[in-house]
Design a protein around this ligand. Structure first.
Ligand code: ADP
Length: 173
């Protein structure tokens, strides 16, 4: 029987024609979420890329949420700036599903640093909309482990295993 390991990385994907459905967390950061037309363009991009929007919400972080989410960067020179920025206004968060969702969303985002994004991937999201290295429009999980952790950080009410069991067979039809 075909079995999907929900959190497996690409190296562990079962060998099938279409690959396995995967979940990732995508965030439209406050710089972009403040602009309805940018939000709309990004949602359009999500759908054009055959992602299923499993859940989405608008939310505002308190400073503590920001510090906790980015604790791995504590002490870096940009940490205070980052924490402040991420709690400066509304964001949009999405649970996205697709085959290779994690790497596909990262590819659409483009590189972290805005100059590199504009120079080497001008049509990426950060290349198009990024303002600075910190205010860079979007976030996406970078591995299966971080997708699991980040989805439950943003959507504690979401049961990924249950969703996958219910929806994954439909995806393969
Ligand atoms: P990514 O968001 O591409 O996964 P990181 O996890 O390395 O990148 O960094 C998290 C966030 O911290 C970035 O998206 C960006 O907002 C900010 N950041 C990272 N590196 C820098 C930097 N050199 N200068 C300013 N801000 C940065």
């Amino acid at each position: 029987k075909f079995r999907t390991n929900l959190w497996s990385g690409p190296e562990m994907l079962p060998i099938t024609r279409r690959g396995a459905m995967q979940l990732t967390l995508a965030v439209i950061k406050p710089d972009a979420a403040a602009h309805p037309l940018v939000v709309e363009a990004l949602q359009q991009k999500i759908l054009e890329n055959n992602f299923i929007i499993v859940m989405s919400k608008r939310l505002v972080w308190r400073r503590q949420d920001s510090e906790k989410f980015y604790s791995e960067h504590a002490g870096r020179f940009f940490y205070q700036r980052l924490v402040e920025f991420m709690s400066s206004g509304p964001m949009r968060a999405y649970i996205l599903a697709r085959e290779d969702a994690i790497s596909h969303w990262r590819m659409l985002m483009g590189p972290t640093k805005v100059f590199r994004a504009q120079y080497s991937s001008p049509s990426s999201i950060r290349g198009q909309y990024g303002l600075t290295d910190t205010r860079n429009t979007t976030h996406g999980s970078d591995s299966a482990d971080s997708a699991r952790r980040e989805i439950s950080f943003f959507f504690p009410e979401f049961n990924a295993e249950e969703w996958m069991q219910r929806e994954e067979p439909r995806f393969r039809k």
